[in-house]
Design a binder for this molecule. Sequence first.
Ligand SMILES: C[S@@+](CC[C@H](N)C(=O)[O-])C[C@H]1O[C@@H](n2cnc3c(N)ncnc32)[C@H](O)[C@@H]1O
Length: 226
Amino acid sequence: MSVREEFDTWAADGRDKGMEKRHWHTAKYVLARMPVEAGDTVLDLGCGSGYAGRALRDTKNAGRVYGLDGSPEMARNAQGYTDDSDVSYLVGDFDHLPFEDDSIDHIVTMEAFYYANDPHETLREIRRILQPGGTFFCAVNYYEENVHSHDWQDSISVKMTRWSGEEYRESFRDAGLYVAEQDNIPDRETEIPNTSEFPTDSWETREDMVERYREFGTLLTVGVSP
Ligand SMILES: C[S@@+](CC[C@H](N)C(=O)[O-])C[C@H]1O[C@@H](n2cnc3c(N)ncnc32)[C@H](O)[C@@H]1O
């Protein structure tokens, strides 16, 4: 199944908003760390409901904001959630970013990068379109050290790339980006039941759930364009 077929279904049954709600637990900290200044042009890759771009307009007075998504239904929903004329949602693929060289100040992606057909090509594209000194904030919950994410591929038809933290850093450098930082952002909001309630439908032990959310959380890797 293509990205379009898979995620159009998600958008149609309201999962764009469901993801927004869950991802916001850590995404808000990712966005707060971005060095976006008033008037900057920002791109959100795999924007889903488009909340990240709207938040950067509201909190940092970003200038032009673009959200790109491979699912036309996601992009259509995202556009419908705002009437801000400086926020645009586009349909496109991570392999070919439809922007001029050195044209974007900052790029963010939340829980989407690992769906790239060729993640190395996506990084080269990101390097190409970022201004010198521009940043790439790449946030993922699906990664090698997060053993609790390893079976996610079983329930989705789009191929996923599971890199380790080190593979993210190496791949950023291979594409010509400096690595400014890498960090785990804990999710402190997902509710974890008392020990007596385990096992649950999804979790064998409370310790596993604590590790997944409070310890591993979201892996953030920050690249900077030279
Ligand atoms: C798990 S959702 C995350 C959405 C949003 N960033 C969030 O935090 O809720 C991943 C999104 O990436 C998009 N996507 C996946 N692969 C893509 C690709 N190769 N090119 C463009 N968009 C893609 C999907 O359509 C989907 O909306």
